[in-house]
Design a protein around this ligand. Structure first.
Ligand SMILES: [Cu+2]
Length: 503
């Protein structure tokens, strides 16, 4: 029976491997060229490596080895059972076998834990963070790990040792303990105290990282997420990050920033598009008769392609599909215009939004930061929830459409420094998306460069403003009173406006 079971398991394993080719999944790389100006170079990651082929071979060897072991054990029990029936006495007790398996399991388990930490510990044990708060974060992580490790070693050792020591024996009678108050108190209190300590320490660290961060001294940079990429927006010479709103998003203005000329252009575009849609709607009948005349002409040709296409278009008009599409398009565009007008009509909001602050903003496909200078990332999403993840800086924050999230931190290790530390001249920091958001989620990242102030200024000067208004500024916006010179999150008109005008 056991042998049959093991064989079926093995067959299922083979079938699973055939159906889900784990080693070489096919990936669809979606182009993001429609968004921005095709500056996101998507390089598909190499999926299959020699290392993976090797590991898949090792997996096969393990599967076959386990199958053989199960078969051997099954046979041993079969033979011993038959011998016991013939001789009338038991010579191989399942209890005895099990208690030794417990000890073997304990030893192999601990060897496994040791191997895991010595081989992959560098990925899990945190040290050498590249940000100021990261040091505290790492120490908390390591304290938690050490505490849970002590508990893990003691409980696992006792569990398997007791199974061995107190295995069923004919010379001993089991004692039945229903309840023991002292024990209950002991094993409730100890974990409670340890967990309280960990939670309080965690809260304290979180407070130190988020509440106490001095935002007035930090530079505000907007990090904009979309399927599938990131854009960074820097304040221009005026050192003020201009307002933005999803209503102003267009092909030319992908972040929807409040630039008067762009908004006027968009209004004109929408008006023209609505006019064209209305005209197409009115001309639907004449289009239909024209298509029918064309169809007759195409029918005389040897090539059938045009006949098929025209036939389909006629069917779409006759069924009312085209009419519905046009009406929906008009409705959507009118709504957008209506919402834009609602902002215009509210004079105070309009004046706060269109104060020319956005005109000289710089939109970049790389994030450049100055070493040892605090920075506040203000996150905005165009479509769905993303998550900004900067592992080396111990930063992660959800990016949620319809609201702004933020994180203040101080990078302490330049790209040059970490390269020499890692002895890798090609290493780069990245901000990754850490929320599965679609087909190209795996490749949704933006390079982060930590550099000296002078290198930063050189880079900033080489940047063009979003709509080419002026040359880019020497922008080191720090140590400035926040209420007058920087975009303040809590007083941003955008959120209020969205509530006002979106229905
Ligand atoms: Cu994403």
């Amino acid at each position: 029976m056991l042998a049959v079971g093991a064989f079926m398991l093995f067959a299922a394993f083979i079938a699973f491997n055939k159906v889900y080719d784990i080693a070489s999944p096919s990936t669809v790389v979606q182009s993001a060229a429609w968004f921005g100006v095709g500056d996101d170079k998507f390089e598909p990651v190499k999926v299959q490596t020699t290392e993976q082929t090797l590991s898949s071979n090792i997996n096969w060897s393990i599967a076959i080895f386990v199958l053989l072991v199960v078969l051997v054990i099954a046979n041993v029990f079969d033979i011993s059972g038959l011998a016991a029936r013939l001789s009338g006495k038991e010579n191989l007790s399942g209890n005895n076998v099990n208690k030794y398996i417990m000890i073997i399991f304990l030893i192999l388990g601990f060897i496994g834990v040791y191997w895991e930490f010595s081989h992959h510990g560098k990925y899990t044990l945190l040290r050498n963070s590249s940000s100021e708060h990261g040091v505290e974060y790492d120490s908390m992580f390591n304290v938690t790990l050490i505490l849970t490790m002590i508990v893990f070693v003691i409980t696992q050792a006792l569990l398997f040792w007791f199974s061995f020591k107190y295995a069923k024996s004919p010379n001993r009678k089991a004692v039945y303990h229903a309840h023991n108050n002292k024990l209950e108190v002991f094993w409730t209190l100890i974990p409670a105290i340890v967990l309280t300590f960990l939670v309080l320490k965690g809260h304290q660290t979180w407070r130190a990282i988020t509440y106490n961060a001095d935002k007035s001294k930090s530079q505000n940079i907007e990090i904009f997420a979309y399927q599938f990429g990131w854009k960074a927006r820097y304040a221009g010479a005026d050192k003020i990050l201009g307002a933005a709103d999803y209503k102003y998003i267009s092909g030319a203005n992908p972040l929807g920033i409040a630039v008067k000329s762009e908004v006027e252009k968009l209004k004109l575009e929408l008006d023209t598009a609505i006019m064209n849609d209305r005209k197409a709607l009115k001309d639907l009948n004449s289009s239909l008769s024209q298509l029918r005349i064309q169809l007759e002409l195409y029918k005389g040709l040897a090539d059938r392609t045009n006949v098929v296409i025209t036939d389909k278009e006629i069917a779409r008009i006759v069924s009312g599909e085209v009419k519905d599409e046009l009406e929906e398009s008009i409705r959507r565009k009118s709504k957008q215009l209506e919402r834009m007008k609602a902002i215009e009509d509210n004079k105070t909001v309009f004046a706060t939004m269109f104060n020319n602050a956005a005109d000289d903003d710089v939109i970049s496909t790389e994030i450049h930061l100055i070493e040892n200078r605090p920075v506040t990332f203000i996150f905005r999403s165009r479509d769905i929830i993303h998550s900004a993840f900067l592992p080396y800086f111990r930063v992660q924050m959800n990016v949620v459409p319809g609201m702004m999230t933020q994180f203040t931190f101080t990078p302490t290790k330049s790209t040059t420094k970490i390269r020499s530390e890692k002895n890798d001249n090609t290493f780069d920091y990245y901000l990754y998306c850490n929320k599965i958001c679609g087909t190209s989620h795996y490749n949704m990242k933006i390079k982060v460069i930590i550099e000296s102030e002078s290198a930063y200024n050189t880079w900033m000067q080489s940047q063009k403003t979003a709509f080419g208004k002026e040359a880019a500024p020497m922008a080191v916006p720090v140590s400035l009173p926040s209420d007058t010179t920087q975009m303040r999150l809590d007083s941003l008109p955008v959120n209020k406006l969205q509530r006002l005008t979106s229905r």
